[in-house]
Ligand binder design. Structure first.
Ligand SMILES: NC(=O)c1ccc[n+]([C@@H]2O[C@H](COP(=O)([O-])OP(=O)(O)OC[C@H]3O[C@@H](n4cnc5c(N)ncnc54)[C@H](O)[C@@H]3O)[C@@H](O)[C@H]2O)c1
Length: 420
């Protein structure tokens, strides 16, 4: 197959790495995004996605085959189009408006023989029931038949240097055999291994299984952690011991809750679809969501109780939070449970200071003073709360100098440390 022109709609955490990888594989790539600010930055060689270095972006631009653009007209004459736009929740239900806008935008440029692939995470049936009719009515063509349509879930793990786009197996699907063949051949140019499945619905469900599995297991271990606290048993040690079983066990760690744009959201796409199509509840998902939502409150209560035992009230206490991002070693604060912990402690009357070396200033939560992690800051704090365990933090310094540490991540050791 001789693919010449690729359009990637959405130049965010998923779309930008895909576009750059395709340039490196020899394709001519238009990176489309409605966010003019992002496109301007990309055109100037300024990457905002941690996994794409400025040098790598610079090389892609210098090749003359990467064209960041806000104009759908630049898609004219494309061979393959991949859609990587957001799929958030609105009032607890899937918001597919971005996918609809992308489909409506690209539809007029779909020709006979072109291939369109959806990568955004969504409920099973979206590609066939929502995207297909949009593309058909905008193009006047049909799929299967005139153009090819497929789904391939993204598995990117931002900030993970080991598992990258090219060495993570890619699940691929199409509405029919011909579409599957096109989608598979495209991704085989970009990744080491593809995993073809029989239908777009199977591929859509695959992604939701992966994220629901994580969400449910984190919920399980979080509930066990809260109960173990009341039973007076060290859950962390029990997990470590269980982990020595060489088969049939996979460890999950407790934490202050789940955040970001995947785990709290993706399983809800599945439970929403189950409710809509079957009129039934997906009980595991609902339960895991409830438990994981409880965790920031649990952390705040435990900090309050810890201060109380030392004869200090949370009102007026000076607290030092380590980490505000939802995930270790990133600055991403979208739906971060750490931010919720900060708000809850402030609402209890504490003065909240936080150390967050990765966050951009404009995204920091109101009322939280950002400081450096120094011995003086640690000594001044009535309590240090480890919420997001970035590797760059000096946990030894914290363990040695803090009066009291509440550690939600099992990083600190010593007599002043209480673990989640
Ligand atoms: N980030 C991850 O780790 C990850 C991993 C797997 C799957 N996903 C899924 O991939 C999808 C994209 O996620 P992301 O993290 O890249 O989001 P993102 O917000 O980083 O990027 C999406 C981009 O799409 C642009 N956009 C929105 N509507 C558009 C339109 N109509 N036309 C052109 N551009 C448009 C936005 O301006 C934004 O720049 C989501 O469905 C997400 O659930 C994300």
């Amino acid at each position: 197959m001789n693919v010449e022109k690729l359009v990637v709609i959405g130049q965010g955490y998923v779309g930008l790495p895909l576009a750059i990888r395709a340039v490196e594989a020899g394709l001519d790539v238009v990176g489309l995004d409605v966010d003019g600010g992002r496109i301007k930055r990309l055109a100037h060689g300024d990457s905002f996605v941690e996994d794409i270095t400025t040098a790598r972006l610079g090389r892609a631009l210098a090749s003359g085959r990467y064209h960041p653009s806000t104009e759908y007209a630049d898609a004219e004459g494309f061979d393959i189009c991949v859609i990587t736009v957001p799929t958030p929740l609105r009032d607890g239900t899937p918001d597919l408006s971005f996918v609809e806008q992308a489909g409506t935008g690209i539809g007029p440029y779909v020709r006979r023989g072109t291939t369109v692939i959806l990568e955004s995470t969504t409920y099973p049936g979206t590609t066939d029931e929502l995207l297909r009719p949009l593309l058909e009515s905008a193009s006047g063509l049909h799929s299967p038949g005139d153009f090819h349509l497929g789904y391939s879930p993204e598995r990117i793990d931002p900030g993970n240097p080991t598992w990258r786009l090219e060495n993570t197996p890619k699940v691929v699907s199409g509405l029919d055999e011909a579409a599957l063949h096109r989608v598979d051949a495209f991704y085989r140019r970009l990744v080491e291994r593809t995993v073809p499945v029989d239908s777009t619905r199977v591929a859509e469900l695959t992604k939701l299984i992966e994220n629901t599995f994580r969400q449910v297991n984190i919920g399980l271990i979080n509930e066990l952690t809260m109960l173990s606290h009341h039973l007076g048993i060290d859950v962390w040690q029990a997990i470590e011991a269980a982990e020595t079983k060489p088969f049939g066990f996979m460890p999950f760690r407790p934490g202050p809750g789940v955040g970001g744009h995947c785990l709290p959201i993706d399983p809800c796409y599945l439970s929403w679809q189950v409710r809509r199509k079957l009129g039934r509840q997906f009980r595991f998902i609902e339960l895991a969501n409830d438990i994981n939502h409880e965790m920031p409150e649990h952390v705040a209560q435990r900090v309050m109780a810890g201060l109380n035992r030392a004869g200090r009230a949370v009102t007026g206490a000076r607290l030092l939070l380590l980490g505000l991002a939802y995930k270790r070693n990133t600055g991403d604060m979208r739906d971060s449970p750490a931010v919720e912990v900060a708000h809850l402690l402030r609402a209890l009357g504490a003065q909240v200071h936080a150390v967050e070396p990765y966050a951009e200033a404009q995204h920091l939560p109101d009322g939280v003073t950002v400081v450096e992690l120094t011995e003086a800051q640690v000594r001044r704090a009535d309590a240090v709360v480890v919420v997001t365990d970035h590797d760059c933090f000096d946990y030894d310094l914290v363990s040695r100098h803090a009066r009291y540490v509440f550690d939600a991540r099992n990083r600190c050791r010593g007599p002043a440390v209480e673990r989640l």
